[in-house]
Design a protein around this ligand. Structure first.
Ligand code: GLN
Length: 473
């Protein structure tokens, strides 16, 4: 059967369960697609050559994921399989263990197809900060796929795999999903274990699925989520069967439209897409409520203070001794470590470490870190108040559709601004999903975003499912 790789996860599983295709057929189809397309796109850093062996598992076809190949962003540790986090400092690193969320998907019958390119240590919004060269957007090779889960989104959009995993600290699942025209879900902080995910901002990081459909995201999330004894911040709350509730509709749900989202920088076509989605939800029985998030701008500022602070501390472990690249220079331990870091860390990695160290340094800590932490609490309280009034918040995922390669590399602040609509959910730890909703005049995908209340992924998925159907996807 041709083009199996183009199927959604649920379609693929059904076909295997009905005996009309085998997991091997899907593996082959994805492999051929990868070989054909990835020379131009560069979504993958490493392919799991040993994956085919796992296909021999007898019961595979009957397991929840039925042997489907999935791609993993290269900042998730995978035992025996090179894991670089997109940085040259880890170019030869092979982890001795596998991240919990991946082990869960493997246990459910998923097979790792390969590791995907990303901005080094997930610092970025375009994929261009990867130490191994950029990934390109499958819809237009001159444009970025978004970041930092650039390879995962591009691999799903170009049908090189059936689904993928990404990580989202400030938008890195949702923004590339929007740019590539696929679905990206960032769960509530703590809903999915971070164990084995290479840390960026530990109080922000969230692993989540990138898929072709909303129902696929619901399935993958229900298999990844749940308490993990290796991650003290993972939640023990019961994991819902997210797929069951999908078709419940949106009758009587209150959907908030944030006034501050409709700002001059927002590309007109994206604003229109959000309005169109709002009307469709209203027609399906939801009530629209205009709300205000006065601290939207501060959310971005808070993010770019607290996250670099957490980054600078998390990056301290790359000292050229315990992991990764070791320089030949430097006579003392400190000098040797400085050379190792200085020689290979990518520019954006250095920038974030410098910013973070400055923010945390004596004399500045109170003015920056403490102050930003206070504003974070304000924003959390603002969201809590809003979720007293509404069930979901609807808005754009990004201010623009995919931009050109090189367009923002010289101006980090312009790059940071592309996160303005995604970071609030991370600052507050809320769940959010981006789904494709039409195209702009250049035929580039537009993404819209739904933000849910804590642990209300189910409601969020319900509304996303309805919009996906209404939009004829
Ligand atoms: N673009 C954001 C940043 O550069 C988000 C990154 C992420 O979510 N990993 O920090």
């Amino acid at each position: 059967m041709k083009n199996l790789c183009r199927l959604s996860l649920l379609e693929a599983i059904n076909l295997v369960k009905k005996g009309q295709a085998t997991p091997e057929d899907f593996w082959q189809s994805c492999w051929q697609s990868q070989q054909k397309k990835d020379g131009k796109i560069h979504a993958f850093l490493t392919l799991n050559e040993k994956g085919e062996k796992d296909l021999a598992r007898k019961s595979l076809g009957q397991e929840p994921l039925a042997g489907m190949p999935f791609a993993v962003k290269d900042n998730f540790s995978t035992r025996g399989l090179q894991t670089t986090a997109g940085s040259r400092i880890l170019a030869n690193y092979v982890p001795p263990y596998t991240a919990t969320v991946i082990r869960r998907l493997q246990k459910a019958g998923g097979i790792i197809f390969g590791k995907t390119n990303c901005d080094a240590f997930a610092f970025g919004a375009s994929g261009e900060n990867s130490g191994f060269g950029p990934t390109r957007n499958p819809h237009d090779l001159a444009r970025v796929p978004g970041g930092s889960s650039s390879g995962s989104a591009a691999a799903v959009a170009s049908h090189q795999v059936i689904f993928a995993l990404g990580s989202d600290t400030g938008g890195s699942i949702r923004q590339p999903a929007a740019f590539c025209g696929v679905v990206g879900l960032k769960p509530t902080y703590g809903r999915c274990s971070r164990w084995g995910l290479i840390a960026m901002g530990s109080s922000f990081d969230a692993p989540g699925p990138i898929t072709k459909t909303v129902a696929d995201a619901a399935l993958v999330l229900s298999l990844m989520a749940g308490k993990d004894r290796h991650d003290a911040t993972s939640s023990g709350k019961m994991v819902a069967n997210y797929r069951e509730g999908l078709a419940k509709g949106v009758k009587n749900l209150k959907i908030g439209l944030v006034r501050e989202f409709f700002r001059p920088e927002l590309q007109g076509e994206i604003g229109n897409a959000v309005q169109r989605a709002a009307r469709q939800l209203e027609q399906a029985g939801a009530n629209l409520v205009e709300i205000s998030l006065p601290h939207l701008d501060e959310a971005l500022a808070v993010y770019y203070v607290l996250v670099p602070a957490e980054i600078s501390s998390n990056m301290a472990r790359y000292d050229g001794v315990r992991f990764g690249y070791q320089s030949k220079h430097g006579k003392t331990a400190l000098a040797a470590s400085a050379y190792s870091r200085g020689e290979v860390f990518e520019l954006e990695v250095k920038r974030r470490i410098l910013m973070g160290s400055y923010i945390l340094s004596a004399g500045y800590f109170d003015a920056y870190y403490l102050q930003a932490s206070r504003v974070r609490t304000l924003i959390i309280n603002e969201f809590r108040r809003l979720f007293g009034k509404v069930d979901l918040i609807l808005g754009p995922t990004t201010p623009t559709t995919a931009f050109k390669l090189g367009e923002k590399t010289a101006d980090p602040v312009a790059m940071y601004l592309s996160d303005i609509f995604t970071v609030p959910a991370n600052v507050a730890g809320l769940p959010a999903i981006s789904l494709p909703f039409g195209k702009d005049k250049n035929n580039l995908p537009i993404g819209i975003q739904l933000i849910g209340n804590y642990f209300q992924e189910e409601t969020m998925l319900q509304a996303a499912y309805l919009l996906e159907k209404a939009n004829g996807n």
